[in-house]
Write a protein that binds this ligand. Structure first.
Ligand code: PA5
Length: 357
């Protein structure tokens, strides 16, 4: 464990990050721009038009872009989207389904299994990957393959693993106005990174402040259904994968019907919970009220409550900006724990064991 003052040392932060997760974070606006160009140059067969539903199949860092896609297009088209984090696909998948098979490595067994099933159903498949078996199979099968650059962790490739799916929907005529959305997104991320970067001291750096609150505590992240729910899950995943620490998440209004009751016992442990409430201007007014009342219920029991607001106007920018803050928080938490944010030894161990059984 390191000292909280380490967050004011750029050198300490950088030596703790040999895999250069922070460089990947810094480059996120440029990554989004590159991803737009990569997606736009991919040819999508004319037979892919008029889909009845969309499935994004992937896991972990390769699945989260699918959730953004789901939220983003929910307010733009009537085409339902589901994110499938499993070996198998739902029974509704057929030849009118657009399936995005997403795996940064291209070797994730659940995604390869779902890909094989999608192929059997005659679905319109687009593979999004850096390579591996997924790329080979999809190329051999004659499906469009969007290849994104290597060299970063899947969870640092959110731009690469999201934006090309949007360009496909643009080509299919399901969405428009992507240039304006991307312009707002990259402007907002560029301004946020100035606030969140390592050289900004704790006193002015919201990500470092939240990391300090998370340090030695159990983070609990609350979002709102239909908007920040995905970001809450992402914050939790980033604390796990980058910070190598436990974290939990839940969603309003559902949590007001169960989790909120669980703040009476065990009192000694409740004091270890550090709550973050993700706020967004698009949240339902009744949900916003619920957040206020909920804060009041738990405020004397938990270690602390922090609210973090999304930035920007468009849905994509609002969700991505909150995500970006959480990404920085998780890397600074890794600094505090003296742990390299990049390796995910337990995931690698599981993948290796499974590959040999
Ligand atoms: O961030 C990570 O490393 C993981 O969450 C991976 O994304 C996950 O294990 C799936 O691997 P891949 O993205 O290569 O399909």
């Amino acid at each position: 464990m390191n000292n909280v003052n380490d967050l004011n040392s750029v050198e300490r932060i950088e030596t703790n990050d040999p895999g250069r997760m922070l460089d990947a974070l810094w480059r996120m606006p440029e990554q989004c721009e590159e991803a737009l160009a990569i997606g736009r140059k991919t040819e999508i067969p004319s037979g892919y038009a008029s889909v009845s539903n969309i499935v994004v199949t992937g896991l972990g860092g390769s699945a989260i872009g699918g959730d953004f896609l789901r939220l983003y297009i929910a307010e733009k088209t009537g085409v339902p989207v589901i994110v499938n984090r499993d070996y198998t696909l739902p029974a509704f998948v057929d030849s009118k389904t657009l399936v995005f098979a997403v795996s940064y490595s291209g070797n994730t067994e659940e995604t390869l299994s779902a890909y094989a099933q999608a192929r059997e159903t005659g679905a319109r498949i687009v593979a999004l990957t850096n390579g591996g078996k997924l790329r080979r199979l999809a190329e051999d099968d004659g499906y469009p393959v969007i290849v994104v650059p290597a060299g970063i962790s899947p969870r640092a490739a959110t731009g690469y693993l999201l934006i090309p799916t949007l360009t496909v929907l643009e080509k299919l005529g399901l969405i428009s106005g992507l240039d304006a959305e991307l312009d707002e997104l990259t402007r907002t991320l560029r301004s946020l990174r100035e606030e969140l970067q390592p050289k900004v001291p704790v006193e002015q750096n919201p990500a470092k402040q939240i990391a300090t609150r998370f340090y030695g505590k159990i983070p609990v992240i609350w979002g709102a259904a239909g908007s920040t729910e995905v970001v809450a899950m992402r914050w939790k995943g980033q604390v796990n994968e980058n910070g190598k620490a436990p974290a939990y998440w839940n969603v309003f209004p559902e949590l007001n019907h169960n989790e909120i009751v669980g703040f009476e016992e065990p009192s000694a442990l409740l004091g270890q919970l550090e709550i973050v409430i993700l706020r967004d201007s698009g949240d339902h007014p009744r949900v916003q009220k619920r957040m206020e009342i909920s804060k009041d219920i738990i405020k004397d029991v938990v270690s602390g409550i922090t609210e973090v607001w999304s930035r920007g106007e468009g849905r994509l920018t609002r969700m991505f900006s909150l995500t970006y803050i959480g990404d920085y928080v998780s890397v600074y938490l890794a600094t505090l724990y003296g742990i390299d944010p990049t390796p995910v030894r337990n995931i690698d161990h599981l993948k290796q064991k499974l590959a040999h059984s």
